[in-house]
Design a protein around this ligand. Sequence first.
Ligand SMILES: Cc1ncc(COP(=O)(O)O)c(C=O)c1O
Length: 388
Amino acid sequence: MIYLDNAATSWPKPEGVYRAMDEFARTAAGNPGRSGHRMAVEAENRVQRCREAIARILHAESPDQVILTLNATDALNIALKGILKAGDHVITSCTEHNSINRPLWAMAQAGMITFDKAETAPDGTVPASAVQALLRKNTRLIALTHCSNVLGVVNPVEEISKVARAHGALTLIDASQSVGVVPLDVRALGLDLVAFPGHKNLFGPMGTGALYVRRGLELRAWREGGTGFRADEEVHPEELPFHLEGGTPNAHGFAGLAAGVEFVEREGLAKILKHEHGLALRFVEGIRDNKRVTVYSARNPERQLGPVSINVKGAEPAEIGKIMDQTYGIACRPGLHCAPGTHRFLGTFPWGTVRFSFGYFNTPEHADAAVRAVNEVSAKFGSDGPSC
Ligand SMILES: Cc1ncc(COP(=O)(O)O)c(C=O)c1O
């Protein structure tokens, strides 16, 4: 199997991740922070090690500003539902994942907030000017993806956060596809909230994610409960990270995620970015001249990360995905990628595209195998007509 579905979840993981989880499960899996015995203390140390590693790669003020979550969706929900108040206006974009779209939709349906979607530029990015144009007196939050999970194009978040700050609004970034690949200095970029999964480019297991909360920002907790400290008080602790982390954490997962983030630190973001960018462009280069294929990504090659969306003209994405798997042993993802707005923008709604997403463990040979498979399949199943 040539695994080109890294935008959904990365595979394989670095050896150290498998080892850390196995060792944790066998030797240290007490309940972190709950008891005083050595296994519970060791478990807490592992969870803290994960928090510290994430704080380092984000340049966060302190590990306490890193909330450990279930996934990116959990982190985004904690952020949106914790920060927004009745009457707030939010600016988001047309190219968001449903994990931003749906919470905003639900809050708007409940009559709590209003929101507008900034227009996407032809290259798939969201320009700061499009955000600026939608600002209102009551705009409290800009909620935006850092990198489109369909196109792999990176948004200019630095410019957008400047627009937000000048207006007195906050910036929430969905860094699901960018963290672990693109440098993300939260303080230099002026970001208030950053949500992401642990299981994609940070190489943790599924069931892990995190939310960075800028120091001084207050979020309502959506759940209260056990935190392992100040158990005598009725009130849930106000201090981060515990304020937003009630209940026993996925310590097995965070032991693995710590090893994943440390792997990213050792390899270095520059090397990871160069590798994924190079593979995506190599793949695009190999299919660009094929008249039976439409390439939606790399319209702005400098801003391209690992995910690349294409279609074989005249064939449904699901059909191509099935052939890739069954005939060529290539794992890719056809469909809407939980981002219907991006497909409306591309004109590929409701069938979607076929997404090939390159990760750090892919090789140039993998990209070349995908090129051969796409070119071959388009000769057999494609047409010279429009995509889908
Ligand atoms: C841009 C983006 N946001 C959010 C998510 C949701 O991630 P999770 O499944 O970890 O909640 C994804 C996952 O594909 C994504 O690509």
